[in-house]
Ligand binder design. Structure first.
Ligand code: SAH
Length: 513
């Protein structure tokens, strides 16, 4: 904990279930400002990455089979850190006040005189109904909706659930924490008078790419779901609304649904790719293998930037190059107007998009997104004697400069950044590989090299067979092959979008086989 202020506070925030993009903006803003994060097992790791690097991260949930932290201990930690002046963000799956013991934590805080705020979350039932296609209410089928805790059904006493009233009420009934006691729950409802032919469904892992829905009736849902091996976390939904499932299921039919995809590109660049993959139903894990490190630019090179009017051409070859170039331009007291007289060439759709954000459209943007295409375009022009500024990665291939010089151009290469290995640990990559992803995306040769470097040669050799690589293009594929991996997918367009399309096409063809 680095930041301290005298008025600490605890924010109890719901994260929604499964899909990390279902968190609220409010929760995310608190998380990004947190000094301490206390989280449950159901909170996705993609979300935890949003916490500041220096934040103290405390896991308060059950670890596979192990005991969960005592509620009293959790309360004590929340109170202690808040009293030290920290902004404590307590993340809870779903909504904090729906069967999450969030209210008990809030009571403890109130009692201790600690300030707190509550941020709602999408509760599991909402996610299950929308992602499975079982609307919880629908005026054709159900006038009411009841949430019940299945835990109370499991302990013999149960003065809490009035089964007769529940059966008489009818409508939609959703049981949380009821997977294990499903035989008892369903039997009690039938004994209390609910029709055994009432449609019922179990939704496991709602809102995530491993969601599963099993349907049946009140009489047989327990047997059906145990046959299918349904486990936690799951919800039992009872009521006529379940009949809408065959018509309204959509998520489980997405092309990449159920596919686990690892994204290895730099964290800053992964976000939009991950979001697009998730929208296609994929279970995305990010294992950044590179990060962008800016290189110092000084002396004569600053003069190049101050005197852009001396150049004829400016070539930008990546989104990172665009951003860093404009930062540098600003640092020498210039702005986009300094580019007015230049011919501007860009490689790649992402590069062009980044330029667009600065209000600039490139003069040349090759149809194909590799350096070779740009060179072919330039070769068609008369480059003799033209002065070219090329701000780019310090690790970029020499071929571009060589070729431009062969064409007679005078090139100033400005090395402004360098992809360096990310801080992703060996353990992180290994954990991801333990359930081998359906695709590991490689969006540059550096992602391949660093992936192997982090994993280590020995482990890499051992696991090579399991690596199902999706490559962004021929250069990356060549690097993969050099390390003995034949990519199962290669993008035709050398963009993240092209790569996603290629994986989608592969998955559709695979499903048809
Ligand atoms: N506060 C949470 C619920 C916590 S109780 C919420 O609002 O969703 C834990 C129970 O929630 C589990 O036993 C299960 O019944 C349900 N649950 C949580 N996440 C789920 C998910 N992704 N899919 C189905 N059920 C889930």
């Amino acid at each position: 904990m680095t930041k301290r202020n005298k008025d600490g506070k605890v924010v109890l925030a719901g994260t929604g279930p499964g899909d990390p993009s279902l968190v609220t903006v409010a929760a995310l803003e608190y998380l990004r400002a947190a000094d301490v994060v206390v989280y449950d097992s159901l909170v996705s790791s993609a979300l935890l990455r949003e916490a500041p690097q220096e934040a103290e991260m405390i896991h308060a949930g059950k670890q596979a089979g192990g005991p969960s932290a005592e509620q009293g201990e959790i309360n004590a930690v929340l109170i202690d850190r808040a009293n030290q002046g920290a902004l404590v963000v307590r993340l809870k799956g779903g909504d904090p006040y729906i069967f999450g013991r969030g209210a008990e934590e809030a009571s403890a805080l109130a009692e201790a005189g600690v300030r707190f705020a509550i941020v709602p979350g999408i509760t599991a039932a909402t996610a299950a109904s929308l992602y499975a296609g079982i609307p919880l209410t629908d005026r054709r089928f159900s006038p009411s909706l009841t949430f019940v805790s299945g835990h109370s059904a499991a302990d013999g006493s149960r003065t809490d659930v009035d089964w007769k009233a529940l059966a008489d009420l009818g409508g939609t009934v959703v049981f949380y924490m009821g997977i294990r006691s499903m035989p008892e729950i369903t039997q009690r409802l039938v004994e209390a008078g609910r029709d055994p032919a009432t449609p019922a469904a179990v939704v496991e892992n709602a809102g995530s790419s491993c969601q599963r829905t099993v349907t049946g009736t009140l009489a047989d849902i327990a047997a059906r779901s145990s046959e299918a091996g349904v486990g936690s976390p799951g919800l039992l939904i009872i009521g006529e609304v379940v009949t809408l499932y065959p018509e309204l299921a959509w998520y489980e039919q997405l092309p990449l649904f159920g596919k686990r995809v690892a994204v290895t590109r730099a964290a800053e660049r992964a976000e939009s790719m991950s979001a697009r993959l998730r929208a296609l139903g994929a279970d995305v894990v990010e294992i950044p293998t590179i990060q962008i490190r800016k290189l110092p630019v000084a002396g004569e090179q600053l003069e190049w930037l101050r005197n852009l009017d001396r150049y004829d051409d400016l070539i930008l070859t990546s989104a990172a190059a665009v951003d860093i170039f404009f930062e540098l331009l600003k640092s020498v007291g210039r702005d986009a107007r300094a580019l007015a007289g230049l011919r501007l060439a860009a490689i790649g759709a992402a590069t062009a998009r980044h330029l667009d954000a600065y209000g600039i459209r490139p003069d040349l943007c090759p149809a194909d997104f590799v350096a070779e295409s740009l060179l072919a375009d330039l070769a068609a022009q008369d480059m003799q004697g033209r002065r070219v500024l090329l701000p780019r990665s310090g690790k970029a291939r020499a071929v571009v400069v060589e070729r431009l010089e062969e064409l007679g151009a005078v090139v100033d290469e400005l090395k402004i950044y360098e992809p360096t290995p990310a801080e992703t640990s060996y353990e992180e990559i290994r954990t991801v590989l333990d359930t081998p992803p359906d695709f590991i995306t490689f969006t540059s040769s550096s992602t391949v090299e660093n992936f192997i470097r982090i994993l280590g040669e020995d482990d890499f050799t051992k696991r090579k067979q399991e690596i199902r690589a999706a490559s962004i293009g021929p250069v990356t594929s060549k690097t993969l092959r050099r390390h003995g991996i034949e990519p199962i997918v290669e993008s035709e367009r050398h963009t993240a979008g092209g790569l996603i399309d290629a994986m989608e096409a592969w998955a559709i063809a695979d499903a048809e086989d």
